[in-house]
Design a protein around this ligand. Structure first.
Ligand code: ADP
Length: 352
């Protein structure tokens, strides 16, 4: 599901333009739908999480009651919405979908809650962005299956308690730390989604290729996996662009060559770094001798807003060991120097 981007957020704006963005871009949420696995067995990777979820859902089914509320936490594009839909499918329950930003007043949530059916799954994406009053209403509904409906306005207003059927909230968040602890405590099961290793990404790409009717060689899928930043949404997007390449060049099979040429065209290199990532590393190594360099200087050097560099580039560069953040500023690692085809200076961050 698309994580709605704040309009005044430079990082989010830039992020939405990138091929390697983990958020949905353009009309992609429609294509996301066609690639969504519908059952746990089809969901690729995350084996521990899948085993836990299977047990949890089976137990609820055997007990004949809706399961406890479920929290799905992790970066965008890793499968939280997909899992929410799978929960409903596995329970053969209807699902209602909303999100923190879509609920502007507690009343919006009250009207959704009061129309739920017994056993229904209520998926709340970006649950950390619920307004405070709605959050408080949700605590009570999740715990006591009750909502107080306010009737009338001003001094004459009265509140009527309404008993709700048993339902299951599936909350998704990219910022678990922003959830108030009383809300977090209402979830009986929390799943943390992690970036996917290369072999799982490769399996995921092969599955998506089958769904999209794209013939792709296994080593080509592996190359695509390598450039997909451990994120299924990015892998599926790159696969579609590679498919375009194959169609235009009348290729029956997508091979390694096609992957390399298509992604070179989009300036995504073998490690999944794009133009902005490379500009950042080049600035640290070329202009600041590897760092440390302060965020603002770095952003000025690459002509971007600090927030863009901080939220869009850094997380992946740090995770992949191209950059470290120190109290004095950003430092390029030896891996970054080598990736740029440069020799790291002898005294540069031997620790990394
Ligand atoms: P999120 O809600 O975490 O942003 P989504 O659930 O919308 O991510 O997933 C993004 C895309 O990646 C969807 O098209 C989905 O089908 C695909 N996807 C995510 N995780 C998996 C997985 N484990 N197996 C297969 N496809 C996946």
């Amino acid at each position: 599901m698309n994580a709605a981007l704040p309009q005044d957020n430079a990082g989010a704006r830039e992020e939405s333009l990138r091929m390697v963005s983990a958020n949905t871009i353009g009309s992609e949420s429609v294509s996301d739908e066609e690639l969504r696995p519908s059952g746990l067995d089809e969901f690729i990777g995350q084996p521990r999480l899948k085993a836990q979820m299977k047990l949890f859902l089976n137990a609820a089914r055997k007990r004949g009651v809706p399961p406890d509320h479920i929290l799905l936490a992790g970066p965008p594009g890793l499968g939280k919405t997909t899992l929410a839909m799978i929960v409903a499918n596995e329970l053969e329950s209807p699902i209602r979908i909303t999100s923190g930003p879509a609920i502007q007043h507690a009343g919006d949530l009250a009207s959704i809650l009061s129309s739920l059916e017994e056993g229904e799954v209520l998926f709340i994406d970006e649950i950390h962005r619920l307004p405070r009053a709605a959050e408080e209403l949700l605590y009570i509904a999740m715990e006591d299956f009750r909502v107080d409906v306010v009737v009338g306005k001003g001094p004459g207003a009265s509140s009527i308690p309404l008993t709700l059927p048993r339902f299951t909230v599936v909350g998704a968040t990219t910022r678990e730390g922003m959830l108030p602890s009383p809300l977090r405590a209402r979830f009986g099961f929390t799943a943390h989604l992690d970036f996917y290793p290369r072999d799982e990404m490769c399996r995921l790409i092969l599955r998506s290729a089958t769904v999209l009717n794209v013939h792709i060689d296994e080593d080509a899928a592996d190359q695509l996996a390598r450039r997909s930043r451990g994120t299924p949404r990015i892998a599926n997007r790159l696969l579609r662009r590679v498919r375009d390449w194959a169609i235009v060049h009348d290729l029956r099979n997508v091979d390694v060559d096609a992957v390399e040429q298509a992604l070179d065209l989009y300036q995504i290199d073998v490690e999944g770094l794009d133009r902005l990532d490379i500009a950042v590393l080049t600035a640290i190594c070329g202009s600041f001798n590897g760092g440390p360099v302060g965020l603002n200087n770095l952003a000025a050097m690459v002509g971007e807003e600090s927030e863009t560099v901080e939220t869009v580039c850094e997380p992946y560069l740090v995770r992949e060991g191209f950059m470290v953040r120190t109290p004095k500023g950003r430092v390029a690692t030896a891996r970054a120097w080598r990736h740029l085809g440069l020799t790291p200076p002898d005294d540069v961050n031997v620790l990394f």
